[in-house]
Design a protein. Structure first.
Ligand code: PHE
Length: 342
């Protein structure tokens, strides 16, 4: 019996067990109810008296060796498994990178900028935080004009009375006050209004305003410029119409509609069955605004226009909810690619 036990001890010492399943089998084989050790303990009863002590010690040694083997192998195998989870397969081929796409507002804005640049307009930029003079005062807004009201304007709480610009006309003032004439520029940028957010209104949006000041600027020039813009933007068959309007900084003032490019003027949901879609405000710069900015209205005239970029993008792509532009939902944003003719 002693030699059998010694042989088993030898076997345990050199045994290699590669998986948790094999380890469980080993445990049952040695320590299970019908296992090797149980059988040896039965045989042990038959061992003659003088050999009992030595055989008993060996037998216990075998039991301990089996238990220790199981314990240490379990730790090793568990550690191996944990490592397999942590170490990724470095030989795997790399996953594809999703190409980003431009925001629809950027796409439309860039297209609009491109058209006006081809018509000879320069790009002007200005700060989004401005003083009352640049946003309102120079532009003939009366002290009690409703647009100055807290309802519409985000005022900053500093003593100088700064505010978030409500239109990029603030850049028009900045450019006119530089006094470098003639002046032909567009001012793209973000503007802010304290509006309740809905499908049609947001507290932030983008505008492109345009300004032309020269000795011979006329309303006919304004019409032709905007007509050229619309034909490039919405197609050569587009028609425009002007309706009288009011802005504190232009005289005369107009709003311009474009013939509905969805239904071709026959009437649909986008044009609310009228065949026309309103896209911008415009007019001849009020002489008082020129005076406010240090320009002689006897010598110079100017025209100006302002276009909402989100509105153009909504019309162009058939988007019904303005909020989508600012939510950064990748499912929405992924749909717009440079390939859309932009
Ligand atoms: N500044 C005007 C607005 O934000 C738009 C506009 C610009 C109208 C220039 C006429 C001329 O509503």
């Amino acid at each position: 019996m002693k030699s059998r036990i010694e042989a088993l001890l030898q076997e345990i010492a050199t045994l290699e067990i590669p998986t948790p399943d094999a380890l469980e089998q080993f445990r049952i084989q040695y320590l299970g109810k019908k296992g090797i050790l149980a059988a040896l303990f039965v045989d042990f009863k038959e061992v003659p008296g003088p050999e009992k002590k030595e055989t008993g010690l060996l037998l216990n040694q075998l039991k301990q060796a089996a238990e220790q083997k199981i314990e240490s192998l379990r730790e090793v195998l568990e550690a191996q498994q944990a490592q397999q989870v942590e170490i990724p397969d470095l030989s795997r081929p790399a996953g594809g990178h999703e190409a980003g796409s431009r925001h629809p507002v950027s796409l439309v804005m860039n297209q609009m900028i491109g058209i006006f640049q081809r018509l000879g307009f320069n790009l002007s930029d200005g700060p989004e935080i401005v003083d009352d003079w640049h946003n309102f005062g120079a532009l003939n807004f009366d002290e009690d004009h409703p647009a100055r009201d807290m309802q519409d304007t985000f005022f900053l709480s500093n003593p100088e009375g700064w505010l978030l610009r409500t239109h990029t006309s603030s850049v028009q003032v900045q450019e006119m006050m530089k006094g470098q004439l003639p002046l032909r520029a567009i001012m793209p940028g973000r503007v802010y209004r304290n509006e309740t957010i809905s499908a049609r209104a947001h507290c932030q949006f983008h505008q492109i305003e345009g300004l032309y000041i020269a000795e011979d600027a006329s309303f006919a020039d304004l019409k032709q410029t905007l007509y050229s813009f619309v034909r490039e933007m919405f197609g050569p068959d587009s028609k425009v119409r002007f309706r009288p309007s009011y802005f504190p900084f232009t005289e005369i003032s107009a709003e311009m509609d474009v013939s509905c490019f969805i239904c071709g003027g026959e009437g649909c949901a986008v044009c609310k069955q009228t065949g026309w879609v309103e896209i911008l405000g415009c007019g001849m710069v009020d002489p008082q605004v020129l005076i406010n900015c240090g320009i002689d209205p006897e010598k110079y005239q100017g025209y100006a226009f302002g276009i909402g970029v989100e509105r153009m993008a909504m019309l162009k792509y058939g988007i019904r909810d303005l909020r989508l532009f600012f939510e950064n939902d990748a499912r929405f944003l992924k749909q717009f690619h440079l390939g859309l003719g932009l």
